[in-house]
Design a protein around this ligand. Structure first.
Ligand SMILES: C[S@@+](CC[C@H](N)C(=O)[O-])C[C@H]1O[C@@H](n2cnc3c(N)ncnc32)[C@H](O)[C@@H]1O
Length: 231
C-alpha cells in the first residue's frame, strides 16, 4: 500500500514497506538515543547534539544507511546528521549505530526539505551528501526531484563557506539536471568542469550504496556532482 503525501510536492512516497523484527526492535529501543525529533521552531546546535565542535555533514535520504555508517566509522572526526523518512531504513541504521556504538551519527526521521529549512542554522553545515535521490523518471513526476533551484539555494544558505554539496545518481537526465541546477546557484562552484571524475583527492570517500549497486548491475553509469560554497 502506498500513501502519497499531497500537502506540498514531496520528493518521496511514504511506503509502508516490510519491516524486520530487528529494525522494529531498533526503532522501539534506540530511537530515543540517536533520533532527534523534528521541531519546526528550533534550530539545531550541533555542539549540543554531538557534544563536540567537529564539522557536521548532513546526509539526505540515506536509505538503509549502509554508506552512512561506513563513512561514520571511517571518519570519527566528522559528525553525520542523517535524514530519512522510510522507517525500515531508520531501523536498520539505528541497529548498526547502536551495535557498533557510533557516537558521531544522529538521525532525524522526517522530510529532509523541512528539516533543512527549519532545523538547520544558516552557515552551519560542512557538507551535504545526496546519494541516489529518487529519480522520478516520468516527465510528469520530474517536479518531485529533490535537486531543484529552490532547494539548492536552501542548501547554499545552510553551508559554511568552503562546505560542499556532493550528489550522485545513475539516471543521466537527472544528472544533467543536477549539473544545470547546481551551476545556476551563484554561491557554489565545482572544481570540475563537468561531472566529478574519479579517482581524485577532492571528493570525500563514499562506499557503494544499495541503490548504486542496483544501477551498476542494470548497466547504468554513475554520475557524481561536487560543488563547494565559495561565498
Ligand atoms: C533511491 S533511495 C537511495 C537511498 C540511499 N541513498 C542509497 O543510495 O542506497 C532514496 C531515499 O531517499 C529518501 N527520501 C526521498 N525524499 C526524502 C526527503 N524529502 N526526506 C527524507 N528522505 C527522503 C527515500 O525515502 C529513499 O529512501
Amino acid at each position: 500500500m502506498e500513501e502519497v503525501l499531497h500537502r506540498t510536492i514531496k520528493s518521496f512516497v511514504l511506503r509502508s514497506g516490510r519491516i524486520t523484527k530487528l529494525q522494529q526492535h531498533a526503532l522501539d529501543n534506540y530511537a530515543q538515543l540517536y533520533c532527534i525529533p523534528y521541531e519546526a521552531e528550533k534550530k539545531l546546535d550541533f555542539v549540543q547534539v554531538f557534544h563536540n565542535t567537529k564539522q557536521t555533514v548532513v546526509e539526505i535520504g540515506f536509505g538503509d544507511g549502509e554508506a552512512t555508517h561506513q563513512m561514520a566509522e571511517r571518519n570519527p572526526d566528522i559528525n553525520y546528521l542523517a535524514l530519512e523518512v522510510y522507517p525500515p531504513g531508520v531501523g536498520a541504521l539505528l541497529d548498526v549505530v547502536h551495535t557498533r556504538q557510533l557516537p558521531n551519527v544522529r538521525i532525524v526521521q522526517y522530510d529532509a526539505s523541512e528539516v533543512v529549512q527549519n532545523m538547520l542554522a544558516d552557515s552551519s553545515v560542512s557538507g551535504f551528501h545526496i546519494f541516489f535521490p529518487d529519480p522520478w523518471q516520468k516527465k510528469r513526476h520530474n517536479k518531485r526531484r529533490l535537486i531543484n533551484p529552490a532547494f539548492t539555494a536552501l542548501l547554499a544558505d545552510k553551508l559554511k563557506t568552503g562546505g560542499y554539496i556532493y550528489c550522485a545518481t545513475d539516471w543521466e537526465d537527472y544528472a544533467l539536471q543536477m549539473q544545470d541546477v547546481l551551476r545556476g546557484e551563484a554561491r557554489i562552484s565545482s572544481p570540475f568542469s563537468g561531472f566529478a571524475e574519479k579517482p581524485n583527492d577532492i571528493v570525500p570517500w563514499r562506499p557503494q550504496t544499495k541503490f548504486e549497486r542496483k544501477g551498476v548491475s542494470a548497466g547504468r553509469r554513475i554520475f557524481e556532482s561536487y560543488f563547494v560554497k565559495t561565498c
